[in-house]
Write a protein that binds this ligand. Structure first.
Ligand code: 9MR
Length: 387
C-alpha cells in the first residue's frame, strides 16, 4: 500500500461521537437546519479579542501557535505571507529542511529555500522548527533507509551546523516517523521500529545531534499516537529508552493528522494517558502537524462541516492544554494549500474517487481565500481558555 494510503488509514481514528457523548454538539443536533447553533454562537461571541492574531492569543498564555509553510508560497503569494506573519510565532518548513532538499547529492548541501524561510522568520520574529534530520521519506534516491552512521554524521553536521548560530531556529525533529505502521511491518516487537532501524541507531542520532548543537530543543516526532494504540505504546517505549540512555530529548511531537467521524469514537482516555506518560517522563508533548478531516458520513453542507471541524479543534486542544502543551503547529494554515487536497495525498475510500466530495476537505483554520473559518475561532478560544 502506498505510504499515503497507509498513513491516512492509520492516522484516522479520532472522532465526533466522543464530542456528542460529552454534550459538546448536542445543541447543534437539535436544530433542524443545523445552520446556526450554540457552538457557533459561542465562538462568535467569544470575548472581543477573539479576532486577535493567534500568535498573540497564544503568547498571552506563554504558548506558541504556528503552521507548516512553504518557501514557494511565501515568495509568490503576498496575502499568504502576510497571514503567516500575522498569525504565527513558530513555523515548520513543509519540505525545505528534508534530506532531499538540504543534501540532494552526497556531501553537497543546499540551503537556499530553507534560508528563505529562516530570513522570513527573522524579519517577522517567528521561531523556526527544524523538520527533519531523519525520515524514510523526503530523501534523495541515493540514500538508503536507514542511512549508515557515516552518512548520518555528515548530514547532521552539515544541516545542524548551518543553523547553529541561527537566531530563529530553536528546535529539531531529530527523527521523524521511526515507528512502523503496524506489527506486521516491524522486526522489533518491543519498539516497533521500521524495518532495518535499531534503537541504538536512534540513540546515536540524538547523541550526534547533541554533539553538533545542544542548545536547541530535540524532538521525536510521529503520527498515529493520539490514543492508546499499538503504535503509541511503541513510541512511548522508544521515548523511555532514549531517556534511560541519557540522551538529550526535550519533547515528543504529536503530529495530529486527525480524522473525526460520527461513525467512530475518539480515544480521549488513551490520548490523555499518552500525554500523561510523556509528562511523567519529562518529555514535553507538543502538537506538530495538526489538521482535521471529517470522515463519512458527511454532513449536507459546508457550513455544518466547518462547524464540526471547529468543534473538533476545540475539543482536541482543550485536552492538549489541560496537559500543559505549549506549542501548536497546524500542517499549513489555509485550505488552499493543504497537503490533503494534493493528488498524491488525497485520502482513500471516502474521498479519492469522489471529486464531488473534495470540497469537504477543509482541515485548516483559514479557507481557500485566506478568510478565517470557525476553526480559527475555535483555536483562538482554546488559547483564551487555556490556563
Ligand atoms: O505535506 C508534505 C508534502 O507536501 C510533501 O510532499 C511530503 C513529502 O516530503 O511531506 C509532507 O509532510 C509530511 C511531514 O513531513 C511528516 N508527516 C506527514 C506530513 C504529511 O504527509
Amino acid at each position: 500500500m502506498p505510504y499515503r494510503r497507509k498513513f491516512l488509514k492509520r492516522a484516522g481514528y479520532t472522532t465526533l461521537s466522543a464530542l456528542l457523548t460529552m454534550g459538546f454538539l448536542q445543541k447543534d443536533r437539535q436544530k433542524e437546519d443545523g445552520s446556526t447553533n450554540a457552538a457557533t454562537a459561542n465562538y462568535l461571541s467569544a470575548s472581543a479579542n477573539v479576532n486577535s492574531p493567534l500568535r498573540q492569543l497564544a503568547a498571552a498564555k506563554g504558548k506558541l501557535y504556528g503552521a507548516a509553510v512553504s518557501s514557494e508560497f511565501l515568495l509568490q503569494e503576498k496575502g499568504y505571507a502576510d497571514l503567516i506573519a500575522r498569525e504565527c510565532s513558530i513555523v515548520t518548513p513543509n519540505g525545505e529542511l528534508k534530506w532531499n532538499a538540504t543534501e540532494p547529492q552526497p556531501g553537497k548541501f543546499t540551503f537556499e529555500s530553507a534560508d528563505a524561510i529562516a530570513g522570513f522568520c527573522q524579519k517577522h520574529n517567528i521561531q523556526l522548527h527544524g523538520h527533519t534530520l531523519f525520515w524514510h521519506m523526503g530523501k534523495p534516491d541515493w540514500l538508503p533507509y536507514p542511512p549508515t552512521l557515516k552518512m548520518l554524521e555528515r548530514h547532521i553536521k552539515g544541516v545542524m551546523g548551518h543553523y547553529r548560530n541561527s537566531p530563529v531556529l530553536k528546535s529539531w525533529d531529530i527523527a521523524n516517523e521511526i515507528i512502523a505502521d503496524s506489527e506486521n511491518e516491524t522486526d522489533n516487537a518491543t519498539y516497533g521500529l521500521r524495518k532495518g532501524v535499531k534503537r541504538e541507531l536512534i540513540r546515536d542520532l540524538f547523541l550526534i545531534a547533541a554533539s553538533v548543537d545542544n542548545t536547541k530543543k530535540f524532538y521525536l516526532n510521529d503520527f498515529g499516537i493520539e490514543g492508546a494504540t499499538w503504535k503509541s505504546d511503541r513510541f512511548l517505549k522508544m521515548v523511555e529508552y532514549l531517556k534511560n540512555s541519557d540522551v538529550k530529548i526535550d519533547g515528543a511531537g504529536i503530529q495530529s493528522h486527525l480524522w473525526f467521524s460520527t461513525a467512530y469514537g475518539f480515544d480521549k482516555k488513551g490520548f490523555n494517558s499518552v500525554l500523561k506518560r510523556l509528562n511523567d517522563l519529562q518529555v514535553k508533548p507538543i502538537i506538530t502537524e495538526l489538521d482535521i478531516i471529517i470522515d463519512a458520513p458527511l454532513p449536507d453542507s459546508i457550513k455544518k462541516l466547518d462547524q464540526m471541524v471547529a468543534d473538533s479543534y476545540k475539543r482536541y486542544l482543550d485536552l492538549c492544554f489541560a496537559a500543559g502543551v505549549d506549542t501548536v503547529i497546524t500542517w499549513g494554515i489555509t485550505d488552499r494549500h493543504t497537503w490533503i487536497r494534493h493528488p498524491d495525498w488525497m485520502p482513500g475510500k471516502t474521498f479519492r474517487n469522489n471529486p464531488s466530495l473534495w470540497k469537504f476537505l477543509r482541515p485548516l483554520p483559514f479557507d481557500e481565500n485566506l478568510q478565517p473559518k470557525l476553526a480559527r475561532n475555535a483555536i483562538a478560544q482554546a488559547f483564551q481558555q487555556a490556563t
